[in-house]
Design a protein around this ligand. Structure first.
Ligand SMILES: Cc1ncc(COP(=O)(O)O)c(C=O)c1O
Length: 382
């Protein structure tokens, strides 16, 4: 079934506004979807002496709008896209916005694989398009099913948007299925926007869709960032890569009125992170947390559970006696634990739980969550 995304959000503000209203993150922040934050020092400690010097002496003048050569080369080794295909952006969120802006024209509808990170639908709407939600997952399912997207009359669509690894479930799209979707989009003259911001976090062996045969297609626009996998959200560095020169030209032109370019220090630090990514892997930590969550879920009556395969979030279904939003607010007020309510993703019996935390913090968060669930159940019995 295809629903208008606007209808799903009609009940109030979305997750990002809810986070903003909640203020500074708490210590037991199981709502986060990325790795623990890193510092400038963490990155400079990994750098060669010359790189540290370069950082201090760096000109703060405008740089190239598409991003520095060094950063685009580092993104290339991470994604498989060639440096010339990469446009650096302010986080993946600007990449989504620009990708939508280039795709939307006479065709206005963008099919968004849902449940989804809300920025995907908002980017479509901000660019004057119409976001259509196309469900690719239902509770209990252990895979993303892209079939409904392939069956659309794609000649009527500006673009299709897929996020893999998927926020909120942590599932990965099957590469063959995604390649088939890319072929369908290419034949229909629609873009395929693939957001893979959390790639390789839980699954250290995961590779970018940019290395697949379909990435050669001019229909594909690949989106990533250094925010999630490396805990560098504050650098505001993301990218959009495409083999289509016309699309790149349009991305660059649009970019002239969004942000012109990224800051040189941010790009330098992002390049250092990507070049030294083997030292920054969080997969061991995420797997330890997932093991604990798996065991925890096994002991919860009335729960439904699909274990994530990549990314830093999990989406357990729980027997919540109240709405996920009401539960999350009580959990925060009474236990100082933050989780993301599943209601924001259209699945109110679910909570999104982040795996990118030190294991002791994660364990304490889970213990508090269990206590709050017990209290909520007692309250429901009264
Ligand atoms: C799937 C997805 N895409 C994009 C973003 C935006 O990330 P950023 O702008 O920090 O790179 C997020 C942030 O939560 C996300 O979850």
């Amino acid at each position: 079934m295809v629903l208008a995304a606007q209808t799903e959000r009609a009940s109030g503000p979305g997750l990002e506004r809810w986070f903003a209203a909640a203020g500074a993150p708490v210590h037991l922040d199981l709502a986060r979807s990325g790795a623990p934050a890193r510092s400038v020092r963490d990155l400079l400690d990994l750098a060669e002496p010359g790189d540290v010097q370069e950082y201090f002496d760096m000109s703060l003048d405008y740089g190239p709008g598409i991003g520095t050569e060094r950063l685009r080369a580092a993104i290339s080794t991470y994604t498989g896209a060639s440096p010339a295909e990469v446009v650096v952006t302010h986080g993946a969120v600007e990449a989504l916005l620009l990708a939508c802006g280039t795709a939307i024209g006479e065709r206005q509808v963008v099919a968004v694989a849902t449940p989804a990170y809300e920025g995907m639908c908002l980017a479509v709407e901000a660019m004057g398009g119409i976001a259509q939600s196309v469900p690719v997952w239902k509770p209990g399912s252990g895979c993303l099913d892209l079939g409904a997207l392939c069956e659309l009359d794609l000649a009527a669509y500006a673009a299709v948007m897929v996020n893999s690894p998927h926020n909120p479930t942590g599932l990965q799209a099957d590469v063959a299925e995604l390649e088939h979707l890319a072929d369908c989009c290419a034949r229909a003259g629609a873009a395929l926007i693939v957001d893979e911001v959390s790639m390789g976090t839980l699954d250290s062996g995961a590779v970018s869709f940019g290395t697949s045969r379909a990435a050669e297609s001019q229909a594909v626009m690949l989106i990533g960032d250094v925010s999630k996998a490396f805990g560098l959200g504050g650098l505001r560095v993301g990218w959009c890569a495409t083999t289509c020169p016309k699309q790149r030209q349009r991305l660059a032109t649009l970019r002239d009125v969004t942000s012109l370019g990224n800051s040189a220090p941010s790009q330098h630090l992002a390049a250092l992170a990507l070049e030294n990514r083997s030292h920054l892997s969080v997969s061991e930590m995420a797997r330890a947390n997932l093991g604990r969550l798996d065991a925890w879920m096994g002991s919860r009556p009335g729960s439904s559970w699909t274990s994530p395969t990549d990314g830093l979030v999990a989406f357990p279904g729980l027997a919540l006696p109240v709405s996920s939003l009401a539960f999350a607010e009580r959990l925060l007020a009474n236990h100082r634990v933050s989780v993301a309510p599943g209601g924001f993703f259209g699945h109110d019996r679910h909570l999104r739980v982040g795996l990118g935390l030190p294991p002791d913090v994660f364990a304490e968060g889970l213990a508090q969550l269990a206590e709050a669930l017990g209290e909520a159940m007692c309250g429901a019995d009264r």
